[in-house]
Ligand binder design. Structure first.
Ligand code: GDP
Length: 483
């Protein structure tokens, strides 16, 4: 453990011509420079990243670490309505799924395996077949992290639209790498260059222009360049070094569930670590049971499913909810106990969310600032989801907020988009501990009560200065509680 003494730091600052006054805060670059001098690694602590890292650790145990093997990436397609998500999914499914080559029909279990030939070798990936950021956000709000890579579809004849922004915000907040599919290049009026320009303006710099976001021009309708897109996705996956230990009991996440007339409760699991086998006792959320049979994406009975592989499971006592975690346990008694514990903790969570415990609000921020209790409250950074009426308002509000002094609290915009507040905004706020600020927009009653149940603060304004004042006062610890 290396400790850098105060004297050394002061000395360094003097050597750079800075006369510290004893109470000033060093900016990030200065801290990095000092650490570099002393060979200390700097971890840029973004609360969202920390959360994601913690979750990754939850998936692996100590015993897994030396048995990790490569696993296929799990991919979600997101983007604005009508930009071609479903067409893309359909094309990939029809042309790349092994079972359809053999004349079989895919069964719609919620995800399917795709074979991608790369350098003469066939590699596998898995597509979730509910496109859109709504499903992605809802899963994340339940604490699930299944997607490894997001394909953001943008129509080349239409460009960035509100849901494109939302999709990007969700992927970013989850720390999921993106590949952009610029779609409909076959259409008259398609302008891929313009789409790339628009994307670069919101921080997604194309790889071709020296940035780090791969973008592939495709026609989902004609199947043009889809191989290219899939290869690009696999390259991004390779960089992520996706691993799991197949040689242990299975655990993962429910991605779809329902009640089947003949089979009873059915659920599709994506195994994230270990291998799930027929006969295993599983708990998922509040449901449990013995996996009496497993079906793959082609509707075939299978004996087991390893990491990243989707399987439909029958034998549960209830229908679980998408986003619930599942795990294999030793006996039905343990399964029952765990399911009951889970049900109870969910009840408590609901009660405390309603009561506003631990809720991130402008008032809680203000009182934390005024009492100097920022640390440990996730409040050093205020995560904002900004919804406004028209594009021009975004910059107006953003600029006014960004010039506020950020000494105690920094502002981070998770999403800035036009349109009324939706339940997927609430999901984003839950998953990333953010608040929602609306300017000249509305929230439907159902969204309001959803926010209340989830313990998310939503503030709606008609006057821009009131919005700015509230945030400034909160950051300075001066906001009067509204309740
Ligand atoms: P989604 O709402 O994002 O799932 O969009 P859809 O996949 O339903 O596509 C919306 C419309 O765009 C449909 O009429 C598709 O046939 C059409 N479409 C999708 N991809 C392409 C494409 O690459 N080229 C052209 N010309 N039309 C496309």
């Amino acid at each position: 453990n290396l400790v850098i003494g105060e004297g050394e730091i002061l000395g360094y600052l003097y050597s750079k011509g800075i006369k510290p006054d004893g109470v000033q805060t060093l900016d990030k670059d200065m801290v990095k420079m000092i650490c570099k001098e002393h060979d200390v690694e700097v971890l840029d602590v973004d609360p969202i990243k920390v959360e994601e890292m913690a979750r990754k650790k939850e998936i692996f145990d100590e015993e897994d670490l030396d048995k990790l093997q490569d696993r296929p990436p799990v991919i979600t397609i997101m983007g604005h309505v009508d930009h071609g998500k479903t067409t893309l999914l359909d094309y990939i499914q029809k042309s790349k799924v092994a079972s359809s080559e053999a004349g079989g029909i895919t069964q719609g279990i919620g995800a399917y395996k795709v074979q991608v030939p790369i350098d003469g070798k066939v590699q596998q990936c898995v597509f979730l077949d509910t496109p859109g950021h709504e499903a992605f956000g809802a899963m994340r709000a339940r604490g699930a992290r299944v997607t490894d890579i997001a394909i953001i579809v943008v129509a080349a004849d239409d460009g960035i639209r509100p849901q494109t922004n939302e999709a990007i915000a969700h992927a970013k907040a989850a720390g999921v790498p993106m590949v952009v599919a610029i779609n409909k290049i076959d259409k008259e009026g398609a302008n891929a260059e313009r789409v790339m320009q628009e994307l670069s303006l919101i921080g997604l710099m194309p790889e071709d222009w020296g940035g780090d976001i791969p973008m592939v021009q495709v026609s989902a309708l004609k199947g043009e360049n889809i191989d290219d897109l899939l290869e690009t996705v696999m390259l991004v996956a390779e960089l992520q070094d996706l691993k799991a230990n197949p040689d242990r009991s299975g655990k993962g996440t429910v991605i779809e569930a329902g009640l089947h007339k003949a089979k009873g409760p059915v659920a599709t699991f994506i195994v994230q670590n270990g291998t799930l086998k027929v006969g295993d006792i599983v708990v998922c959320g509040e449901a449990f049971g013995k996996a009496r049979a497993l079906f793959d994406d082609g509707g075939n009975r299978v004996k087991e499913a390893g990491p990243s592989i989707p399987v439909q499971v029958i034998g549960l006592n209830h229908v679980p909810i998408a986003g619930d975690e599942f795990e294999v346990v030793d006996s039905l008694e343990i399964a029952r106990e765990k399911a009951e514990l889970r049900a109870e903790s969910l009840r408590n969570e609901r009660i405390s969310a309603k009561a506003g415990d631990g809720k991130v609000t402008l008032s809680s921020l203000a009182s934390a600032v005024s009492t100097g209790k920022l640390s440990g409250l996730d409040l050093h950074q205020l995560n904002i989801i900004l919804k406004v009426d028209v594009q021009g308002s975004i910059e107006a509000v953003r600029q006014a907020l960004q010039v506020l002094p950020q000494d105690n609290v920094t502002l981070k915009f998770l999403l800035q988009a036009t349109g009324d507040i939706s339940s997927s905004d609430i999901d984003l706020a839950v998953a990333s501990k953010g608040i929602i600020l609306g300017f000249n927009v509305r929230a439907p009653g159902s969204v309001k009560s959803y926010a209340e149940n989830k313990g998310v603060e939503m503030r709606l304004y008609r006057v821009i200065y009131e919005l700015i004042d509230d945030v400034r006062n909160a950051m300075e610890g001066l906001l009067e509680p509204v309740e």
